[in-house]
Write a protein that binds this ligand. Structure first.
Ligand code: GDP
Length: 331
């Protein structure tokens, strides 16, 4: 049921105990969302016929579930059009069509991601140089934790991984990354708090190159109140990476907090203005009953979701699968 959180890595076979443990984590991850507004959406279609009221209720529920007004209006319009053109009468058929439309919203930017990956490569196709992931996002969204989870994710796939502690403004974040690094077993390149982020990034890239590291994950500043500074810092960091490794960074991953709802979208737009964001990791999906934000991200930001975080532990990260996600929401 929860295999939308499927793990695609080639891991050692897991013990029964590990599998059960993971399953429990996944179930926990979606519990709130499933019990929340999506449960009510399911109930809407447990009727004998589709009436005008259902459309209104559906709109209200989807907006409450954080899909956002725009996405909801377009989705419901499209659904009504399908009902008209395909002459859908049975509530079950309309319900099926709703799920198909939701999957389509998620798949659209995912296809773009596949096209981009075909051009830019993936961690698997970069044999000659480190695959560089620049991680951006506002402080507090779960960036540090997501970086640690990503390090584990790639390490479990058999990659050598390194972390660059590029947000030198936050001493606690640097220390935290170092602790995570030790736990995961990956080196963390850091300087003292307050140091030049460019210098850290330079050292991290040099070090990753020298050691033949497969995946280099770089943390960046997340202070939003100074957009100009943020822009300058991210640009500088990018320039330094590009100079050392033409073509890199290969991925600019934006971390968003599922619990901040539509506010998160506004924050995302700031980062999209200052960095070429390529994909999104949605953290804290376990902390909300309104998992609909995932659809708003895909449709309004036109960004594919690559990962979701469903807890505070290192293992609480999964690759995103649109079809399985929608299926699990309505299960
Ligand atoms: P940063 O400031 O963006 O680097 O955020 P942190 O990684 O330090 O995370 C902020 C808080 O959110 C910490 O208490 C984390 O344990 C918590 N957190 C991060 N990701 C998740 C998640 O997926 N689920 C839950 N429930 N908590 C998370």
């Amino acid at each position: 049921m929860f295999n939308w959180l499927k793990r695609k890595e080639k891991e050692e076979p897991k013990t029964e105990e590990q599998i059960q443990e993971q399953q429990a984590v996944y179930e926990e991850g979606l519990t709130r969302t499933k019990r929340g507004l999506f449960r009510q959406v399911v109930s809407l279609f447990e009727v004998d016929e589709i009436t005008e009221d259902i459309w209104e209720d559906l709109e209200t529920l989807l907006i409450q579930a954080d899909l956002g007004v725009d996405t909801t209006v377009v989705l419901v319009e499209r659904l009504r059009e399908r009902v008209r053109v395909d002459r859908l009468k049975k509530p079950q058929h309309v319900y099926d069509a709703l799920q198909e439309e939701l999957v389509e919203i998620l798949l659209k930017p995912e296809r773009d991601l596949q096209a981009r990956q075909a051009a830019a490569g993936t961690p698997d196709s970069h044999e000659d140089r480190p695959y560089v992931i620049l991680v951006v996002g506002v402080n507090g969204v779960g960036k540090t934790t997501t970086i640690a989870k990503l390090a584990k994710f790639y390490r479990d796939k058999g990659k050598s991984v390194m972390i660059g502690a590029g947000d030198t403004f936050r001493a606690a974040a640097i220390d935290q990354l170092e602790i995570w690094g030790e736990r995961v077993g990956v080196p963390v390149i850091r300087h003292e708090p307050g140091a030049d982020p460019g210098a850290v990034v330079f050292d991290a890239v040099e070090s990753a190159r020298a050691r033949g590291t497969n995946v280099l994950i770089i943390d960046t500043a997340g202070r939003l109140h100074t957009k100009i500074n943020l822009m300058e810092e991210l640009r500088k960091v990018k320039r330094i990476i590009q100079k050392q490794l033409p073509g890199a960074p290969d991925e600019t991953l934006l971390v968003l907090d599922a619990t901040t709802g539509q506010n998160g979208l506004q924050q995302a737009k700031v980062f999209m203005d200052v960095a070429e964001v390529s994909d999104v990791a949605v953290a804290k999906l376990d902390g909300t009953a309104r998992g609909g934000i995932v659809f708003a991200i895909a449709r309004e930001l036109k960004l594919p979701i690559r990962f979701v975080g469903t807890g505070e532990k290192l293992t609480d990260l999964a690759e995103f699968d649109a079809r399985q996600f929608v299926k699990a929401l309505f299960s």
